[in-house]
Design a binder for this molecule. Sequence first.
Ligand code: DHB
Ligand code: MG
Length: 229
Amino acid sequence: MRSATGDHDPGSAWTEVDEYLVQTLLPEDEVLELVLDENQAAGLPAIDVSPLQGALLSLLVRMTGARRVLEIGTLGGFSTIHLARALPAGGRVVTCEHEPRHAEVARRNLDRAGVADVVDVRVGAALDTLPQLEAEGGDPFDLVFIDADKPNNPRYLEWALRLTRPGSLIVGDNVVRGGLVAEEASTDRTVTGTRSFLEALGEDPRLEVTALQTVGSKGWDGFALALVR
Ligand code: DHB
Ligand code: MG
């Protein structure tokens, strides 16, 4: 909010603009509002993607024509619903969640949103589930959204590359973390994991990449985008 002197708290201005954009651009969505209420009631951390970011995920699924989507980090299923709603007929989201309690909340939310039949929630460490997916020998994933524990991001990227095909899109959440990512000397494992993830993206000749910084109701953060060549 701007004060009379023109000073403002960027955090609150970012949230104010996010609210304006949500009101102006997005339809009222009682199911998504209910999902956030349910997540809060169940004590889940409020670290879902924002509504505008969720709409970006939906657009990315539609723009790429993705039929098979892999999500690493379900939480309460808020992003999963955005991914699932954008699927074409016959499409599927496989989503990995470490916490059984989160997965249970997510399954109820997916049911409420009417997408439970197109989403496969896999409970357990994603680093156990990802090799299982490979062993199952399904078609490659067209889009992968990495949004779980940040220290494992470099390993999730390796698995994303094994489970995709040329033309697939890999999206990583939270690559800026309020600017902490630029701290070379950081010993915070979420920061070092993110930096290793970004370095791997930058070095891999199989990928065409970028990252975008974002501000809004979730503060200052960013997404990495990588197209498999
Ligand atoms: C955290 C994790 C996220 O995926 C996110 O989008 C925001 C915050 C966290 O663990 O703090
Ligand atoms: Mg995230």
